[in-house]
Write a protein that binds this ligand. Structure first.
Ligand SMILES: [Zn+2]
Ligand SMILES: [Zn+2]
Length: 344
């Protein structure tokens, strides 16, 4: 399966200010690698999780979408609780450089535990799903989202300390896991004193056991005031796609062709079986630590600075890159699977 290697370099010369990707190359080795190799692709910035006055958000859908449009985003997903907010009435907000995707946030409460998932780019309403246990509730929600044509994201496992990685592992068909939900109370960092893993540790635990699930950062915005604990602009994804359409964005999310960010932007990302290289788009006054992590989240290599190239030959399992800036912001590159893993 590793015999066919294609290397392509391509560049983008039509990108909004601040989002230009100078060059991206990808090495494809079949289905094991979440990369695309077609020229003409761009990076699109988007928020995957946000509420409006159709649930407990503070702005109506139009104004919520406009916040993202006016702050350099290319798309946002409206994920109101228990209802699909239609995006057709928002056609006048959408432009060739900004779209709104339909979504929903489902919830169940098995055993008193808050189990939430977002359905991204769903085509129909989804009713209550219930569930007897956390894995059962997650599976019902994921199945309902997929049946409605959407991409499923498992949300904020540490919010109210609802569930752990062991309860996520049996779930099939979830493409995404919220690693950095930037709204208040999500305890992304966990609580070591109480044995609560961080969401990144959960992700590594799952990846180590063969689950192929991509990590996201989201706003879960409720209040559209920057700096507010539930405000916008704190966690997003940069999606690589050929065009800005709901289907192209959803497909790229499903195959892991994106990275998650809480502030760090990448200028160049090259992923292959033999090496992984990236370059950070530096922000004034910040320093960067680029980490290569592997099974169980083990730190394999560290580079200090704005660029790194990691040799992957001889490594097994999976690797992923985490870029940490000196202000605490991050970029999370999706894992590269080096062995045959579980197929979702
Ligand atoms: Zn939620
Ligand atoms: Zn939410």
């Amino acid at each position: 399966m590793m015999s066919r290697v294609t290397l392509m370099h391509f560049s983008f010369n039509h990108c909004p200010a601040g989002l230009t990707v100078l060059a991206v190359a990808a090495v494809c080795l079949g289905a094991a690698f979440p990369c695309s190799c077609n020229a003409g692709e761009r990076w699109f910035r988007g928020n995957l999780h946000g509420h409006t006055t159709n649930s407990d958000g503070k702005l109506p859908p139009e104004e919520a979408a406009l916040w993202y449009r006016e702050h350099g985003y290319h798309f946002c997903v409206i994920t109101d609780h228990r209802r699909l907010t239609p995006v057709e009435p928002l056609a006048h907000v959408q432009t060739p450089e900004f779209i709104v995707l339909p979504g929903i946030e489902l919830d169940s409460k098995p055993g008193g535990k808050n189990v939430h998932t977002c359905g991204i780019n769903i085509r129909s309403e989804i009713g209550p799903q219930g569930g007897e246990t956390v894995p059962d509730a997650l599976q019902r929600q994921v199945d309902a989202i997929r049946a409605a044509g959407g991409v499923a994201m498992i949300n904020h496992p540490n919010w109210t300390r609802a569930f752990n990685a062991e309860e996520v592992l049996p779930v099939r068909g979830a493409a995404l896991l919220e690693i950095y939900n930037m709204s208040s109370g999500c305890e992304n960092e966990g609580d070591p004193a109480s044995g609560v893993r961080s969401t990144e540790q959960m992700w590594d635990w799952l990846l180590t056991r063969g689950m192929r699930i991509w990590g996201t950062a989201t706003d879960d915005v409720h209040t559209y005031v920057p700096g507010h604990p539930d405000g916008p602009g704190k966690g997003w994804v940069m999606v690589r796609a050929r065009e800005l359409t709901p289907q192209a964005i959803a497909s790229a999310l499903a195959r892991g062709d994106f990275y998650a960010s809480t502030g760090v932007e990448l200028q160049d990302l090259r992923v292959g079986r033999e090496s992984l290289a990236l370059k950070v788009r530096p922000a004034a006054g910040l320093r960067y630590r680029i980490e290569l992590r592997g099974p169980e989240g083990r730190l394999l290599e560290v580079a200090h600075g704005e660029a790194a190239r990691f040799d992957l030959s001889g490594r097994t399992g999976y690797v992923r890159v985490r870029v940490l800036a000196s202000d605490g912001s991050l970029a999370l590159v999706q894992p590269v699977f080096l062995d045959a893993g579980r197929q979702e």
